[in-house]
Design a protein around this ligand. Sequence first.
Ligand SMILES: Cc1cc2nc3c(=O)[nH]c(=O)nc-3n(C[C@H](O)[C@H](O)[C@H](O)COP(=O)(O)O)c2cc1C
Length: 373
Amino acid sequence: MFKESPILENVSVRQMHLKNRVVVAPMTRVSTPGDGVPTEAMEKYYRRYAEGGFGLIITEGVYTDRFFSQAYPNQPGITNEQQEKGWEKIVRSTHEAGGKIILQLMHAGALSQHLSNTRSASSIQPLRHMLMGYSKKQGVYPLPHAMNLSEIDEVENGFCHSAMRAEKAGFDGVEIHAANGYLLDQFLTDYTNDREDHYGGSVENRCRLSTEITASIKRSVSDDFVVGVRVSQGKVNDANYLWPNGISDGKIIFNSLKRAGADYIHFASEGKGFDHGSLTRDGESLPKLARQLTGLPVLANGGLDNLSEAKRILGEGHADLVALGTGALANPDWPIRLQSKNKIHSFNPEMFASGVTIEDQFKWEETAGGIRL
Ligand SMILES: Cc1cc2nc3c(=O)[nH]c(=O)nc-3n(C[C@H](O)[C@H](O)[C@H](O)COP(=O)(O)O)c2cc1C
């Protein structure tokens, strides 16, 4: 029905040449001992995706400063020398195995399950409840304090210095996490931002923090270091949210990111499939709009381990690359399976029944229900 997809064909994102269009989506794994320093198990976990043929790996969300950014206990950071050195080993190992790897920079804002004194765009109670499995903290989120301008500067500095550390550690680039309800999305979203300064009000103002961070990172890293931005409609605490003005919001957001110097746009889903996360209320495709408007490479996400769906997304021109989350957990060698026409496994949520860390996953894989690579 759709023209044959180029899913296993190479593609370039700026000067980063990828052997195919299959990407590991960022996935939080809370697997450090508490100091935020990446571990050997993490090295094995990331390297395995490279050995499994993924063209690009995006790391889990990594915290960017020691003030208010950390989302979960045991989350890795990139805020000091030890953390940077830990990542350096992972990057080296992933490159040796033929992969490319990008670090996702994340600030939790009001959705931190690590801090009690959280910061956000405004002092507005976050919707719903904390996520299970990532922290002992459960229940409603604390009421955040609204950030003042010097705290906003600290956020920008944190992202920028973390990106510079990521470049020193050898990463091929960074992805700015402006999606899924975390800090930058709290600024972007109408109902979590009632600021009256130049970070609130219009959509242009609400995406200012994301664009300032993008531009400031671009000014601070080498020209060939990739800087992507992940955006979404849905949020971890509001999966059905849609941009209120659909295409018109998309035009402002994508054009602003392009002007700020973004090298790619990653349009995320909130776990309910591509159409649910990526279409406007009128059924128009936001990733396709991003692609047409900006000419930048666009990553799509949401149930795209389903091959016919992935082919449709590329074939219909919604995106240039597909990012797999749970599908990559279930098939760390998904591209090789596709190439050799081996069975592709469905994700089994049992994988996380006794915990969401990488060690928990490896233990589960060793059991009868586990993955057979
Ligand atoms: C265990 C887990 C952790 C996740 N952590 C992150 C994260 O750190 N950053 C992020 O942008 N998205 C995160 N996500 C969302 C995924 O990147 C992806 O958008 C989601 O799984 C939907 O894609 P899928 O249908 O291919 O699974 C996470 C998802 C899972 C399953």
